[in-house]
Write a protein that binds this ligand. Structure first.
Ligand code: NAD
Ligand code: TDX
Length: 357
């Protein structure tokens, strides 16, 4: 087990990063300090960490507003907090946005990761008791047909500017391991869902549109398949890797839980009807097929035996429970929803769906 003291979490105001900080502070025996570095793009939300700030703020939890591309600011943060661990979540994360505006993805996901690697290398020198953990995605492996799984040694075949930028960052991370012996680990995870998920992504978008009785846009024929994992289970896996993973290695993380989009949307409509006291099929009339996402990957499916066998990880929340928990969270957190809706989100949805027709 590694000794982690001062963990720099990038992108900690985003969906998975904020859940990670909550998981580490509340569900583990970690006694050190977390420094959240985030430049608060449209996807960053300080409201997602209100409870953490009031319980641990300025004692064991610190926030620094900074762009990961800003080398001198990141250097200052490394010095100020004597960082020994980096858990790198910060990214532009939405495939649709990468299609309409790829530049930000190259900047943050490629150049930002490079900047963090450079600062880590310089600050840590030859140290072995430090770690750079890079959080990546299963999308780097490309698209599957009806059968098969992504394994850790599946060749990379990214199809969208988003997945290409994540693939580039993965390669950079391993290049720093091989060239400079920087201690690194990497994880490639499938689709997450859960509380604090920004409502441009399928599940929270559908939940909020159902609440407003707005159309539920399903891309193409609705038969694309994703593997869904509750966000806390992703974070327990990242925690297992940074504590016990082998440097220079990558670990797949997945839910072993494949759903066709249209089947998932039907199920979501039924669960929402259950919670809002409507007839089972009431919300299904909102389902609207729209133009497909260009280059839409057909199927993702992850094999995560390495993580399970080598690090003893297992998921703790099955999909039915996790989805109900998620719906209930959105139903009881209208303050959070309102902060999100007052920002850039609404503008983007309007433009995006007008464009898609
Ligand atoms: P998100 O979009 O919800 O959050 C990203 C966060 O990064 C935001 O708080 C944003 O403000 C911050 N950020 C963006 N650019 C930055 C910059 N230049 N400097 C500093 N901060 C910046 O994303 P997420 O869904 O939480 O994803 C987190 C990570 O997990 C990403 O690396 C993503 O590729 C990966 N991932 C996500 C999923 C998923 O299903 N969401 C699955 C697998 C892997
Ligand atoms: O309105 C929608 N209608 C629809 O049919 C949206 C937003 C999505 N979809 C489809 C596209 C995908 O097949 O649903 C599926 C899931 O879409 P997203 O939620 O946008 O996720 P995806 O593109 O699969 O990528 C996600 O998982 C991997 C995250 O956004 C990435 O950051 C992560 O790396």
């Amino acid at each position: 087990m590694r000794k982690l003291s001062n963990i720099l979490v990038t992108g900690g105001a985003g969906f998975i990063g904020s859940n990670f900080i909550r998981y580490v502070m509340k569900n583990t025996d970690f006694t050190g300090t977390v420094i959240n570095v985030d430049n608060l793009t449209y996807a960053g939300n300080m409201h997602s960490l209100k409870d953490i700030k009031s319980e641990f703020g300025d004692k064991r939890y610190f926030f620094e507003k900074a762009d990961i591309c800003d080398k001198s600011k990141i250097e200052d943060i490394f010095k100020k907090y004597n960082i020994d661990t980096v858990v790198h979540f910060a990214a532009e994360s939405h495939v649709d946005r990468s299609i309409t505006g790829p530049e930000a993805f190259i900047k943050t996901n490629v150049f930002g990761t490079f900047t963090l690697l450079e600062v880590s290398r310089k600050f840590w020198g030859e140290r072995h008791d430090v770690l750079f953990h890079h959080v990546s995605t299963d999308e780097v492996y490309g698209s599957l047909g009806d059968t098969g799984f992504f394994y850790e040694d599946t060749p990379y075949d990214p199809r969208s500017p988003y997945s290409a930028s994540k693939a580039s960052s993965d390669h950079l991370v391993f290049s720093y391991f091989h060239t400079y012996h920087l201690p690194v680990t990497l994880s490639n995870c499938s689709n997450n869902y859960g509380p604090y998920h920004f409502p441009e992504k399928l599940i929270p978008l559908m939940i909020l549109n159902i609440l407003d009785e707005k159309p539920l846009p399903v891309y193409g024929d609705g038969k694309n398949i994703r593997d869904w994992l509750f966000v806390e289970d992703h974070n327990s896996a990242v925690w297992a890797v940074i504590n016990n993973g082998t440097t220079g290695e990558k670990y797949n993380i997945g839910g072993e839980n494949e759903w066709e989009n249209i089947t998932l949307v039907h199920y979501l409509c039924e669960r929402m009807a259950h919670f809002t006291g409507k007839d089972n099929d009431y919300y299904k009339k909102l389902i609207t097929y729209v133009k497909d996402r260009p280059g839409h990957d057909r199927r993702y499916a992850i094999n995560c035996d390495k993580l399970k066998n080598q690090l003893g990880w297992k998921q703790s929340v099955d999909f039915a429970k996790g989805l109900d928990k998620t719906i209930q969270w959105y139903l009881s957190n209208s303050d959070w929803i309102n902060t999100v809706k007052s920002g850039e989100y609404l503008k983007w949805v309007e433009n995006n769906y007008t464009a898609r027709g």
